[in-house]
Write a protein that binds this ligand. Sequence first.
Ligand SMILES: [Zn+2]
Length: 157
Amino acid sequence: MANSRSSEAECQPAKKETRVLEGLFHLPASPGEQPYLIGSKCSVCGLVVFPKRTFCPVCEIDKPMDEVPLSRKGKLVSYTCARVPSEGMTAPYLMGTIDLPEGPRFISLIAGEQDINALKIGMEVELLIDKIAEEEGHDLIGYKFQPVKKGQGGDHK
Ligand SMILES: [Zn+2]
């Protein structure tokens, strides 16, 4: 391990294959595009759910739901600090319940803040597609939400 060869090898990190959680979000095909989560909308009652489902949980009719793009921004309705890690993750990390304007409510990792005191119920959060865990040595790409930074007059991209 301590010879010059291995230290050279350390300077060239092994190319890690990334894995992406399928079917949950749309990744931009061009640089101008933004990623978004994919939900399902019931054509009968209008219910929107995330993650997408085949049939409406309310109507339970034999009619597939339609895929719909979801808003990139939502509200944080509750949050917690996870101290016991899920597989492939390093604790502690922040998790929150997100409400999207279309109706879906779901749990997500929270990015952009390490300090739980920086989070507030009702704050605006936005989607971030990022590494969420490691799976068998590969980076697993999924979704997170991060607080929308305010008061920076930000129009920057
Ligand atoms: Zn329905």
